[in-house]
Design a protein around this ligand. Structure first.
Ligand code: MUC
Ligand code: MG
Length: 367
């Protein structure tokens, strides 16, 4: 079997309401659908979500690098030769979501070809994950209302609260309001998207010390090298790295440098091949992980779920699998359903991504 063609299709689906956080906001899912075709007629599918504020990629840059650089390098190779494929992709630095979408579409091809779900090929630990919902910046009362809706409608009881950039007292008030309104049984953690200095982060953590936060994610930039190490010594909860760990070498740097004590794994930026490596690094070093969300559509959510459910360590914490709920529509023929706070892996071979072609025709931006 050989790869014959790679399609990179831009599409745009509006969000019902924008998601706001310290490093930016998202109003439309302007993603790239990636399809890897083979001479056997098998087609693997994944998506690349451009996040210029995190990785520097745009929708146009993802399409340009796939069409102009990556596709010519890997057309003609067997999808099973993943090491060769990555060696070729890695001749180009960065472009994490473009590379990852190709990687995951290739795993989808392999799963379909051997007649097995990708989650079983990866690890086969389980068939579901608990869901964590990400609550963006808004007035504290609106954030409470959103979390309450998610709990009542979908049974979600774990919430990641966006903090940073706006005055600390507002973030503290929002977290306090969530804890008071939803009670002691919900799990809360915060994500600063690099919006605070180390000193501001320490102050905020002290102010929230009684809120039983599970952990704190990327409160200040990785370039605050000594500041982040100092912050770890100040904190009584784990400090997770997210956008500072977009490849295995960065995971090593953050962990051995003492600047982080937990790792967010995002299949959108490390695909399946490198997410495995990051996971095994963490497991070997006794470090906790969470399955993060790159503000994925249902396509990316299925990818995160396939990986997260495949391993014991990634299944311990709730995975961030619900942001598609804020999209006005999606491309899957059979929409995902979160029930009792849980999302189940699709039956079937590969990733189980079946695209509604009419919707794709409607939302694609290249025709
Ligand atoms: C997250 O966990 O940070 C927002 C920015 C980004 O890169 O990902 C999202 C969610
Ligand atoms: Mg984050």
């Amino acid at each position: 079997m050989k790869i014959t063609r790679i399609e990179a299709i831009p599409f745009s689906i509006p969000y019902r309401k924008p998601l706001r956080f310290a490093s930016g906001q998202v109003t439309d899912a302007e993603h790239v659908l990636v399809r890897v075709h083979t001479d056997d007629g098998v087609v693997g599918t994944a998506e690349a979500p451009p996040r210029p504020f995190t990785y520097g990629e745009t929708q146009a840059s993802i399409i340009a690098v796939i069409d102009g650089v990556f596709a010519p390098q890997i057309v003609g190779i067997s999808p099973l030769e993943r090491e060769n494929i990555h060696a070729r992709l890695n001749r180009t630095v960065a472009n994490p979501t473009a590379k990852s979408a190709i990687d995951m579409a290739i795993w989808d091809v392999i799963g379909q070809s051997v007649g097995a779900p990708v989650t079983e090929l990866l690890g086969g630990y389980g068939n579901h994950m608990r869901v964590s919902h990400m609550v963006g910046f808004a007035e504290p009362s609106e954030m409470v209302a959103e979390a309450g809706r998610m709990r009542d409608a979908f049974g979600i009881t774990t919430f990641k609260v966006k903090v940073g950039r706006r005055p600390i007292d507002r973030d503290v008030a929002a977290c306090r309001a969530l804890r008071e309104a939803l009670g002691d049984d919900i799990e809360l953690y915060i994500d600063g998207n690099r919006g605070w200095t180390p000193a501001e982060s320490a102050r905020a953590l002290r102010a929230m010390a009684d809120l039983d936060l599970q952990f704190a994610e990327e409160l200040c930039p990785a370039d605050d090298v000594l500041g982040r190490r100092w912050l770890v010594t100040q904190s009584t909860i784990p400090m997770f790295a997210d956008e500072s760990v977009s490849r295995p070498g960065e995971v090593t740097r953050e962990l051995l440098g003492g600047a982080a004590t937990g790792i967010s794994i995002k299949t959108a930026r490390t695909g399946f091949t490198y997410s495995q490596r990051v996971l095994f690094q963490c497991e070997g070093m006794g470090v906790d992980v969470v399955m993060g969300n790159q503000i994925d559509s249902q396509i990316g959510t299925l990818c995160t779920l396939a990986f997260g459910a495949a391993f014991e360590l990634t299944s311990r914490r709730a995975g961030e699998l619900s942001n598609f709920l804020d999209m006005s529509d999606d491309l899957l023929a059979e929409p995902l359903q979160i029930r009792n706070g849980v999302l189940r892996v699709r039956d079937g071979h590969g990733l189980g991504i079946e695209i509604d072609e009419d919707k794709l025709t409607h939302y694609r931006q290249d025709s």
